[in-house]
Design a protein around this ligand. Structure first.
Ligand SMILES: CC(C)(COP(=O)(O)OP(=O)(O)OC[C@H]1O[C@@H](n2cnc3c(N)ncnc32)[C@H](O)[C@@H]1OP(=O)(O)O)[C@@H](O)C(=O)NCCC(=O)NCCS
Length: 139
């Protein structure tokens, strides 16, 4: 397995993964953000995507962005076929390394309380709760 920064040839896969992620969140029905940004924007942000490559196939991704002294991580996705093989953890470990190289003081991400798989992964890597995500149902 190889973890690397995304390249232009990976864009279609990134869009596909992001759309799958969006279906997990019933409140995110907008078209894929990458699709709205145009080629220039996509290319610019590509260096903030990591991809996991297994046997020549892209099977996972993660997006990161330095905000102040945090590395904010989001859009973590591993294909169904390849879960529970350490790919999500490998993506996160690479993001942690990048965060250290960039002089960040911590890695920040959000996770739904119901997402037990992801919470288990974050916890194993040493992530601890540092806030509460509040929701108000207004429908
Ligand atoms: C969450 C997700 C990225 C995990 O990816 P993964 O490659 O399967 O995770 P890993 O194999 O690296 O697992 C690392 C640890 O997480 C935990 N874990 C992962 N999947 C788990 C599951 N289905 N059940 C219980 N624990 C799980 C385990 O503790 C595992 O450690 P172990 O291998 O020593 O048992 C993947 O399930 C996924 O893409 N889910 C849908 C998208 C999503 O929820 N993204 C996160 C949004 S916040």
């Amino acid at each position: 397995m190889l973890i690397r920064v995304a390249k232009e040839k990976d864009i279609a896969k990134l869009v596909e993964f992001d759309q799958k992620l969006y279906t997990l969140h019933e409140n995110l029905k907008d078209p894929h953000p990458l699709a709205k940004r145009g080629q220039k924007g996509i290319t610019k942000r590509l260096t903030r995507y990591l991809v996991a490559e297994l046997n020549g196939q892209i099977v996972g991704t993660l997006y990161f962005k330095k905000v102040a002294r945090y590395l904010v991580v989001s859009h973590i996705w591993v294909e169904d076929c390849c879960r529970k093989q350490g790919i999500g953890a490998a993506l996160l470990k690479t993001a942690i390394k990048i965060g250290k190289e960039k002089g960040c003081k911590s890695i920040k991400l959000t996770v739904r309380d119901v997402n037990t798989d992801a919470k288990e992964m974050y916890s194993k890597l040493g992530f601890v709760p540092g806030g509460v995500l509040l929701f108000l149902d207004i429908e």
